[in-house]
Design a protein around this ligand. Sequence first.
Ligand code: EPZ
Length: 416
Amino acid sequence: MDKIIIEGGKKLQGEVQISGAKNAALPIMVSALLTDGWNTFENIPDLVDIKTAKRLLKSLGVQMEGDGALKINASQIDNLEASYELVKTMRASILVLGPLVARMGRARVSLPGGCAIGARPVNLHIKALREMGAQVDLVDGYVEAKADRLKGAEIFFETVTVTGTENIMMAAALAKGKTVLKNAAKEPEVVNLAEVLNGMGARITGAGTDTIKIDGVEGLHSVTARVMPDRIEAGTFLIAAGITGGDVTVCGCDPEYLDALIAKLIDTGMEITSTEDRISAKRRGPIRSVDVRTAPFPGFPTDLQAQMMAYMTVAEGLSAIAETVFENRFMHVGELTRMGANIEIQGHTAMVKGVPRIKGAPVMATDLRASASLILAGLVAEGRTEINRVYHLDRGYQEIEKKFSALGADIRRVKV
Ligand code: EPZ
């Protein structure tokens, strides 16, 4: 288990290239299951979750070559079961359910189980497949689904679900007739996936709105496509500029993906300028506290809540941070408190009272984005911060300590 050691107090300066988005790459890689030729997906990030997704696809009989430009061929699927061993390490594995039922007529996928940030049920994925005519049973912790051919249906998601929308959009692409998804997720990663599916010959309109229409087709062909940049990685670096009082430009990311964050960062006193694929952020004056409420896109992303909280621990005043998407996404509060932050949890809201400084300490990462918030806190803390269990970090950030070091941070990874 590696750990990351940071000597705080350095202002970050410079440019950082944003990697491909984990949460776009995962559903795009899985979409290859719908085709029977060689697909090429570019800008795939080098992450632990991507390696897990490759192992999962390989276990189904999918052939793969390459890394950043990944070639995937699903013409020889010879196994329709996604095992618990694989699914328990990455809940997004549930994304193979829709495509396997649509293309092969059957699938047996382990229930993902909860994770640190919540129960993470998949009931809406299952409900939608049943509405499309699939027979779905829960047997020994596995979802067993079968359908001779899925039928188009009108589906209303009672809760906005990103992978739920993606799973059913992929299933509907090969269903007989028309499917309409209502209260669909509007995340940019859903739009990226829809573009890839349409490139394969699917007929999808409305991606990016809350109503997505899919006209099922008989078959899909392979495609060459590109994964969008990671807006959460970009947001993490913008917040890093704020917390250290530096001046950072993130390259390769569309500012449109980060409207909610940028508006908040300006309210904290940062200056933000952007072009179509670069965002520059700097802070000169004091940090003003702001209130944050997470919400589905285009609201403030839950995946940036922990990072924003780290920033607010050293702001002037009181900041109310409400987490509305997941029921238990405040694990970072205990660790930040150990560094001297003043945070009180009241239900789904963390009341953060800014303090003049926080102090480095040994802390422990609990989930992907919480670990990023501990890095941000370490960058501004007085003295040394040691972050343990950084395998959480490696799931979603490509060489993050090298990128922070290139911006002037005193940060290094130590093999334990
Ligand atoms: C995706 O998870 C992301 N993961 C998450 O990123 C992200 O935090 C989340 O969307 C919200 O934006 C990927 O895209 C691989 P949801 P997902 O289904 O799809 C409830 C990261 O750090 N729900 O949109 O699993 C659920 O419990 C990860 O990169 C049901 O009740 O999230 C939650 O409260 C963390 N039943 C809410 O909906 C269902 O069947 C939103 O979850 C499905 C979801």
